[in-house]
Each structure stands twice: as structure tokens, then as C-alpha cells.
Design a protein around this ligand. Structure first.
Ligand SMILES: [Mg+2]
Length: 149
């Protein structure tokens, strides 16, 4: 199974907007990526605190007419195995916790956060988008290359 870990702001929603609205072109590019690799979409964005995957899928469909099935979300409370302490919002650790529980053949992380938010071994999987331009054609090609890996 291939997986796309999806951030929302800076990927599908670009720039600062009072009411978030999805960039139709970015959503279409994600659709293309997901369908061509038969990949699952796992929400890793902070949006998962307020949006259930299914509801967010419906909202994206409502706004753009594109059906993206968001299958799951990364866990929010991740413990450090050695210390037993909760890791505070380290996105890479949350992604890793999901990966540890699932059988994955390839994955890509779409996120505008700096690489320092991810684990060392995940850096080659991180497609670093720009907050203002989001998931561009160039980033789609990069993501495609990561999933072909
Ligand atoms: Mg973001």
C-alpha cells in the first residue's frame, strides 16, 4: 500500500485566508497523484483536530467537485517509547507512529513545514511545499518520483 500523508494549509489551501478555501488545481493534482498510485490519503495536518477524515473529504468535494477519499489521520498523542513521555506535536513522530501500525510499501509527505519537523529518515519522502503556492505541478512531479521510488 502506498500512502500520501497530507497537510492542508500550504498544500491544498494557499496563503492566509479568513475562510479557508481549497485551491482547485492543487486538489486536482492530488487526485492525479492518488489515483495513479492507488494511494491512501492519511491526514497529518492540524486540521485533523477539528475535521474527521470523512467530513473533510466531503468538504473538499463540495468546494471543488473533486472526490478525494481521506482514509485516516495520524495519531495526535504519541509517546516516546524510552521515556514514556508524550512527544509534543512532532509531525514526523506522529507519521512514524502511523507507519509503525500499517503495512506500507511507499509513502510521501506533502507539507509546507520545515524539514526539522520530520525524522531524519523521512526527509527523502518530504515534498516541501511553499505556504503561498501550495501543491504546484512541480511538487506533483516530485511527489510522483517519491512514490515511484
Ligand atoms: Mg501546513
Amino acid at each position: 500500500m502506498k500512502v500520501v500523508f497530507l497537510d492542508i494549509d500550504g498544500v491544498l489551501v494557499n496563503g492566509r485566508q479568513i475562510t479557508p478555501s481549497f485551491d482547485h488545481e492543487a486538489v486536482k493534482r492530488l487526485y492525479h497523484l492518488v489515483t495513479s498510485h492507488e494511494a491512501k490519503v492519511v491526514l497529518s495536518s492540524d486540521w485533523r483536530h477539528t475535521w474527521a477524515p470523512e467530513r473533510l473529504s466531503k468538504e473538499i468535494h463540495y468546494q471543488t467537485g473533486v472526490e478525494i477519499r481521506i482514509d485516516d489521520a495520524t495519531p495526535t498523542k504519541v509517546k516516546d517509547e524510552e521515556t514514556g513521555l508524550y512527544l509534543a506535536d512532532i509531525r514526523g513522530a506522529e507519521i512514524q507512529a502511523w507507519l509503525d501500525d500499517n503495512e506500507v510499501s511507499a509513502y510521501v509527505i506533502l507539507d509546507d513545514m520545515e524539514p526539522s519537523n520530520f525524522l531524519q529518515h523521512q526527509l527523502g519522502k518530504h515534498v516541501w511545499t511553499n505556504f503561498h503556492t501550495g501543491f504546484t505541478q512541480e511538487k506533483l512531479q516530485e511527489a510522483d518520483g517519491v512514490l515511484c521510488g
